[in-house]
Design a protein around this ligand. Sequence first.
Ligand SMILES: CC(C)(COP(=O)(O)OP(=O)(O)OC[C@H]1O[C@@H](n2cnc3c(N)ncnc32)[C@H](O)[C@@H]1OP(=O)(O)O)[C@@H](O)C(=O)NCCC(=O)NCCS
Length: 206
Amino acid sequence: MPNSFALTHGDVKLRIVRMRDAKAIQDLVLSNREWLRPWEATNPEAPQSFDFKAQIRGLLRSMDDQTGMPMVIEMDGRVVGQLNVANILYGSVSSAVIGYWISPEVAGRGVTPTAVALATDYLFNIVGLHRVEIAIRPENVASLRVVEKLGFRYEGLKRGYIHINGGWRDHLIFALLADEVRGGVLNRWLRGEVPAVEYPRFEEKD
Ligand SMILES: CC(C)(COP(=O)(O)OP(=O)(O)OC[C@H]1O[C@@H](n2cnc3c(N)ncnc32)[C@H](O)[C@@H]1OP(=O)(O)O)[C@@H](O)C(=O)NCCC(=O)NCCS
C-alpha cells in the first residue's frame, strides 16, 4: 500500500493522515466533546488520551506494518474528520474494519457515506480485500444511516464488543463482500441501486 494517496469524489477527499494534521484533529475533537464522546473507543485500563501526535504516530505504525489505512476526510482542503481502516488481514481472511467520525459542522451532507464508499472500493479493487466490516452501537442512528445508504449487509449483534465512553458496548455488525458490489459501492449508491438493509432494532442504555 502506498504511504500517500488521495481518493476523491465531488468536494470530499480522503487521504492518509500526516503528523501535521495533529493540530486540526485536536481542535475538532476538543471542540466537539459532546458530539463524539458517546461513540469514542476508550481504554478500560487508562484514562482517555488527548495526545494527538501520539495517536497519529500509532496510526502511522499500522500503515507501516500494513495492518491499517488511517485517513483524514477533507472538504475544501480542510480536515473535517477521520476514517480509519484497521485490522487489515490478508490471505485466507483478506478483511478489514472501518471506523469514522466527522465534525458536526458538515454533518448530514453525505460526507461520511461518500468517504466510506471511496475507502471500501479502494480496499476491494486496489488492496484486493474480500470483506469490509463496520460495527455500530444500536443507538447510533446517524451511523446506522451511513451503512443503510451504502447497503452494508447486517450480520449480527456482538455483545460487549468495544469499550466505548467508559463501558463495554454491544455493536451491530454490518459487512460487504467484494463479490456483492462488483460495480463499486460508490457507483451503486450514486445510481440509487442500493438494496434495503434489514436489521433488528435494539435498545441499549449507557
Ligand atoms: C455518524 C456520522 C459519521 C455520520 O456522518 P454524516 O457525514 O453526517 O452522514 P450523513 O450525511 O449520511 O448523515 C447520516 C444521518 O445523520 C443524521 N444527521 C443529519 N444531519 C445531522 C446533523 N446536523 N446533526 C446530527 N445528525 C445529523 C441524519 O439521521 C442522517 O441521515 P439522513 O441523511 O437519512 O437524514 C456523524 O454523525 C458522526 O461523526 N457522529 C459522531 C461520531 C460517530 O458516531 N461515529 C461513528 C461511530 S460507528
